[in-house]
Structure formats: structure tokens, C-alpha cells
Design a protein around this ligand. Sequence first.
Ligand SMILES: Nc1ncnc2c1ncn2[C@@H]1O[C@H](COP(=O)(O)OP(=O)(O)OP(=O)(O)O)[C@@H](O)[C@H]1O
Ligand SMILES: [Mg+2]
Length: 521
Amino acid sequence: MTEITAKSIDEALRKQLDALGTSVESREVGTVIQVGDGIARVDGLKDAMAGELLEFTNSEGQTVYGMAQNLEEDEVGAVLLGDVTAIKENDTVKTTGRLVEVPSGREMLGRVVNPLGMPIDGKGPIKADGTRPVEFKAPGVIYRKPVHEPMQTGILAVDAMIPIGRGQRELIIGDRQTGKTAIAIDAIINQKGKDMICIYVAIGQKASTVAGVVETLEKYDAMDYTIIVNASASDSAPMQYIAPMAGAAIGEYFVYNGEDGKPAGPENKGRAVLIVYDDLSKQAVAYRQMSLTLRRPPGREAYPGDIFYLHSRLLERAVKMSDDMGAGSMTALPIIETQAGDVSAYIPTNVISITDGQIYLQTDLFFQGQRPAVDVGISVSRVGGSAQVKAMKQVAGTLRLDLASYRELKAFTQFGSDLDKATQDQLNRGAHMTELLKQGRYNPMPVMDQAVAIYAGGHGYLDSIPVEDVVRFRGELLNYLHASKAEIFDALNKEQKFTDEIETDLTAAIEAFKLQFAPSA
Ligand SMILES: Nc1ncnc2c1ncn2[C@@H]1O[C@H](COP(=O)(O)OP(=O)(O)OP(=O)(O)O)[C@@H](O)[C@H]1O
Ligand SMILES: [Mg+2]
């Protein structure tokens, strides 16, 4: 396979001469023996490390970077990052002794970058504070503490039923066009004023779709605290493969450094970061393509055997750091696209098993008009409950029960006609509560608004109004309360829970509002 060319002999000799030198820097020089599909086979790099950054230089002196992947006996398989067409056979390759890194720092905020951290938004260069490695070993358990603060999405169905804590990994999974991205974008918009840094990693999407996301975030003033990492469908497979890791690295800067850019510690708080990987199915496909081109043995569904490890390494980087380490956090919302609802395919099962919970989105719910199309029956959050505010916990329990018995009864009574009063009441309550979970895009609700809305439903104040009026009732009730009973929210925010006093005031206020509410039918 390895071709002996005049150049490689020359290089081999030169290297032996170099080895005689006194320099302690070990930079090996090798030669490209074959290149294609963004993959280069390199001869003469005996000491290259897996994942090491390689520097390719073509005959015109142009430099392209690559990453060492396959370390074989007589050659190194590397992926090219950047202009893959610039590199030809016989071009030189140098090891760098460094892993692939991305620039990081506060200057990245508000910018759109590629997976190498280079700006692609036409707003000029970025002055980075430093760099961080794309692959980073997640901190061990002694540096962490349990998840305990909420990461509110502003989406009622999620915050009430599937609460997410800072530092948690919550998967958003569903078929195409079920509103996966919408949930993540709403969660980012809801972080406004909450001292959260958001990172949205777009993998294998159309450039126009990502441009739409940027536009939306700008419109809702969310770009000030957001960084977008984009490896679009037209980028090479290696770029799509490293994009999530690059996003994590950019986020880690904020977790492990304080506001002043110095390392976080007991005196210097780390920041809270929310990172969205949209989506890891496309990253998996890119990694499969890359691995097949590198001739790694294919496994199940032709994915390479280490794809599970790739995703677990990535998602382990979501953390809640201990107070000694600055208490920073990185919350991860990976997204997975399923085919016809099949969650038992290889990649979905992998990522389900790595994450701390799943938000399942269903096509049929979406088309029935239940949006967000969250299937609350099978969605879970295994750790977020401990991060939920008390007031929400108080009302969410009954909501869960109401919805569960509704689902059961509905299936059971589908063909029955005479139902006793109790059953009818339960069905009626369930239908109203299900309706209450509907929410348009870009309408994040503060958590106490959500709690009050669920309180009203759970105490039967919605039962007598037409189902199609529920969403309007919710909106008008909250407007009314904010306008003329603001003291209720003040008390709720102070106490963080429903006290007897608050409940008395709130019930009176809801009853007063109900008298003036005009049902549509
Ligand atoms: N809560 C909602 N209310 C109304 N429309 C919604 C809601 N959520 C999503 N949509 C609409 O549904 C469509 C699909 O949403 P989105 O792009 O988020 O889905 P997706 O699952 O990310 O799709 P894809 O698989 O193409 O990435 C969009 O037109 C979006 O505006
Ligand atoms: Mg999407």
C-alpha cells in the first residue's frame, strides 16, 4: 500500500537527520500517500497520537489541519478539517503535539462559528481568550454535586411534568417535523435575564434553517448570551463529527472560568451553560461515513463499534460542579431524530441509555393539534424533580395523576356510551388539563405563571368552560392576576410555594376572574 517515492525517501532521511538534532520538540514530518473523501493516509508519522492535530502543507505553502484517527502499523489515517481539496499526494504532514482545539472566551457570545471556532457570520474576527481542547475528559464524581437548580424551559408541559435541572442531560427525541428544535429554541429564549450562557450546535442542517434560527434568536434578544456552532449539511463529515465536541469545549470555558475569565473556584463562581446538540443522529451518520472511509470495521447498522463511546463521552461533559470547583454547570439537550417513531433503533437506544431523561414528541399528537407534541405518558426526567420549585411540585403531582387516569379511561371508554358521573368528570378534567398543556412557540411562561395555571385547572376552575377556550382562559387569567392581583405573585415568588394564605387569595381571585370571563360558545 505504502508507495516509496523519492519524496518519502527524502523525508525519511531528513527525519533521521533531524533526530540527531538537539531540539527537544518532537515534531514528526510525514507524507500524504493517498487522499480522498476528506480522508488522508499518511506515511512516516510513527509517534502520532490518536486525535492529535496534524498540520498538512501543500506545495503552495497552504496549510490545512487534520486530525489523526487510525494509528496503524505503517500509516496513519487522518481526517481533514477545512479545505479538503487543497491537499494532494506527497504533501507534507507534521505532528503538532496538540489535540484539536477551539478558541474560547466571552468574545464568542453572539457569534456564529464553524466547528473550528472560526466566525462564519461575517462580523469580523473573534478575539478569543484562549483555546480549549475539543475532546475533554469529563470531571469525576468528586468534583461534582447533585443537580439541584432548575433549568426552566418556559414550556408548561416540560417544566411541570419533565423538569430539567442544571447539569442534567435531557434527550429530545421524535420523528422529523415534530417540534424538536422548537422546544430547544424556546428553552434558549426563556433563559433571557437568567444568567445562562446558551450554545446551539447545528449539525447537518440546511444553512437556511440555521440562518432562520439565528434570525429568531436575534428577534427575541437571545443572541447576546448565545453562541451558535454550525456544521451544515454541505460541510464535510469530519466537521459534522467534531461540531458537538467543539460546542461542548466552547461551553466548558464558561463552566470552568468565572466572569473574570480566571479559573472558577470557591471564590470565583463558574457560569451556567445550556447546550443544544441538534441533532446527534446526523453526527452519528457523519461519524459512520468517516469511519467507513477510514475502513474501520462496521458494526450494527454499519455504525462503528465505538459510536456509543463517542456519545457517552460527549454527554458525560454535562456537569454540575461542586462549590469548591465554582458551582458552574452545563445542561445538555441532545436531539435525536427517529424514523417512524422507532426508538429501538441503534442510535436512539444508545442515547436514551446515556441521558437522564427523555422528552418524546409524537407525530400523531402534533397533527391532532397538541403542540408541543410532548407525549407526557412516556416522557421522563429522572433527576430533575429535585430541582423543581416547591410551588410547581405541589401542583404537578395532581396534574400527572389527572392526565394518567385520563389516558387510561379514554382508551377504555372509547366505545362505551353510558358513563357514570365520576368517569365523565374525570374525562372532562383530563381533556381540560391536556388542553392546558398546549402552548405556542416563542411564548415562554414564567414558572409561577405555570404553577398558577395548573393550580386553576387542578382545582376544577376550568372544568365548566369549553375545552377550546382553555388556552385563552389561561392567558386572560394570568393577565388579570398580573394586572390587578400582583401581590399574589409577589407572595408566591417570596414563599416559593402555595401557603394557605396564598391559596385563599388565589381562589378568590380566580373566582372573581371567572365571573367576567366570556366563553366563546
Ligand atoms: N408549540 C408549537 N406550536 C405551533 N407550532 C409549532 C410548535 N412547535 C413546533 N411548531 C411548528 O412545527 C414545525 C416543525 O417544528 P421543528 O422544526 O421544531 O421540528 P423538528 O422536529 O425540529 O423538525 P426537523 O426534523 O425538520 O428538524 C415548525 O413549522 C414549527 O413552527
Ligand atoms: Mg429540527
